[in-house]
Unconditional design. Structure first.
Length: 349
């Protein structure tokens, strides 16, 4: 008999139920391992077993977070496991948010050790790294074998009650938590050693890495706005009624492009917001509050701008991965440039 009991959480895709078409799949509990759980079973080598697997669709969890969390916690409580593992989610944004949220809840509300795994740029990593351990993985399921190996090793340390060492030693994403340790040398000596290595162009590891920011130089000012073509791009989630392209309410994996050629303003009969990160009532009442087309039409009529571009671009910004945002921006920018657009008004919430 295995030494420890583990409950595993996966989404609808890894359970073999389906992709986006089944993303609203409600939580269910299955006995034993499912999908990637088989790799965990092999890696545990009999020291632990997956007694149950919880399956839930990514959209269902993110759009019904409180209810989904409550249902899944009850399922886990029934199993009384020693450990809860979620994922790995790699770079799947909604999956990562679900893994992070349920792992946090299991540890906080049930007092059961828990952790997950995901890519560094997954929005779930940034949202939950201070609350739980998140083993860093590759950005896709191609890294499953290595992810399972790292996660299994970490799981056994948690289960055996061993000390968890630094992120660099254990492979989890930095949590922003400082811990006092005893070092062989004083800080002044260590800093001089690093400086000498840097001067000699030798390899060294800083003890205080600085964040890296993407800096974009501003474009030159438009000389004559009366001849400029202006476009609207928003992360406020304004979409045609019933969200025909199914843009996610959070952790967006896509954006939409919609014609406004026939509109003088964006009226509530035609548009609404798909955004899940703010009170939608004001945007649904008047979408011009998020994309100010009424004002821009007045400016177009009075020749303060040359022309309002015939389409606007939209997505939801909350929880959306930086990598996805960069990809969206690159595609949109290329298209706008080819259409002779001179400037873009970016709006959010």
């Amino acid at each position: 008999m295995s030494k420890y009991k583990v409950v595993h959480y996966i989404n609808q895709f890894y359970a073999g139920i389906g992709g986006e078409d089944m993303a609203n799949y409600k939580p269910e509990k299955r006995e034993g391992y499912v999908g990637p759980g088989q790799a965990f079973k092999s890696a545990f080598k009999g020291n632990a077993e997956i007694c149950a697997t919880i399956v839930c669709g990514d959209s269902y969890y993110n759009e019904n977070m409180e209810e989904a969390r409550k249902q899944i916690l009850e399922m886990i409580k029934e199993e009384d496991p020693d450990l809860f593992i979620a994922g790995p989610a790699f770079n799947a944004g909604r999956y990562g948010m679900a893994c992070g949220d349920i792992a946090k809840a299991v540890e906080k509300e049930l007092g059961i050790k828990s952790f997950t795994g995901m890519y560094l740029e997954n929005p779930g990593a940034d949202s939950y790294k201070k609350d739980i351990y998140i083993i860093e993985t590759k950005n896709s399921a191609a890294g499953m074998r290595k992810a399972v190996k790292k996660m299994t090793s970490f799981a056994m340390k948690l289960l055996d009650g061993k000390d968890i060492l630094s992120p660099a030693e254990e492979g989890y994403i930095k949590r922003g938590i400082r811990k006092n340790i005893f070092a062989e040398k004083r800080g002044s000596e260590r800093s001089v050693d690093m400086l000498i290595k840097k001067l000699n162009k030798e390899k060294f590891t800083t003890e205080y890495p600085m964040p890296k920011f993407d800096r974009v130089p501003p474009s030159p000012a438009i000389k004559d706005m009366s001849k400029a073509k202006i476009a609207i791009v928003t992360s406020g989630g304004i979409v045609p009624k019933h969200n025909p392209d199914n843009i996610e309410s959070s952790s967006a994996s896509k954006y939409g492009k919609y014609s406004i050629r026939r509109f003088k303003e964006v009226i509530c009969d035609d548009y609404e917001t798909a955004h899940g990160g703010y009170d939608p009532s004001y945007a649904n009442e008047d979408a011009d509050r998020v994309i100010p087309m009424d004002v821009l039409r007045d400016m177009e009529k009075s020749k303060r701008i040359g022309k309002l571009y015939d389409f606007f671009y939209t997505t939801t910004g909350n929880g959306t991965a930086v990598a996805n945002s960069i990809a969206f921006a690159s595609e949109i920018a290329q298209e706008l440039k080819s259409e002779g657009v001179d400037a873009v008004i970016l709006t959010s919430t």
